[in-house]
Design a protein. Structure first.
Length: 144
């Protein structure tokens, strides 16, 4: 895939894993909304209707969890905090105020690391307790 000046950002297995996670997220979001409120019940058709949706939703959830954790493990070494990360974190106020020029270089990478760490916290801890609002507020600020 890399030819001339092209840089391969992700390997094929990382792209496959990403799309598996994305597709399972969409399926879980649709069926989860159907279970959440009767207004969205028509979305249960995405997984084949009421009973089939209720059976497949947790199975697809496990597939999504496993695929995401594989991704997190693959990218773990890229997300270890280094000295410039701590410097950036010390200037988080500038970042949240969209003054990235004052926060130093590598803003995009630091934001990606924060989003990944937030997602890991979501899948491992927060999701099991159903306290999505705290994680959503954090990710809305940092991952926009």
């Amino acid at each position: 895939m890399s030819q001339g000046n092209e840089v391969q950002r992700y390997a094929a297995n990382e792209r496959w894993n990403h799309w598996l996670t994305a597709i399972t997220f969409v399926l879980l979001a649709a069926s989860g909304l159907a279970f959440f409120h009767p207004t969205f019940w028509s979305l249960s058709a995405v997984l084949g209707g009421g009973e089939l949706s209720r059976m497949l939703h947790p199975i697809i959830g496990v597939v999504m969890f496993v695929s995401f954790m594989i991704f997190a493990i693959q990218k773990f070494s890229d997300n270890v905090m280094r000295s410039y990360d701590w410097k950036w974190l010390g200037q988080i106020g500038d970042v949240l105020a969209n003054r990235d020029d004052l926060a130093g270089g590598g803003q995009v990478q630091r934001r990606a690391e924060a989003c990944l760490l937030g997602d890991v916290a979501h899948y491992v801890g927060v999701d099991g307790q159903r306290h999505h609002h705290l994680e959503a507020v954090f990710l809305a600020h940092v991952c926009d």
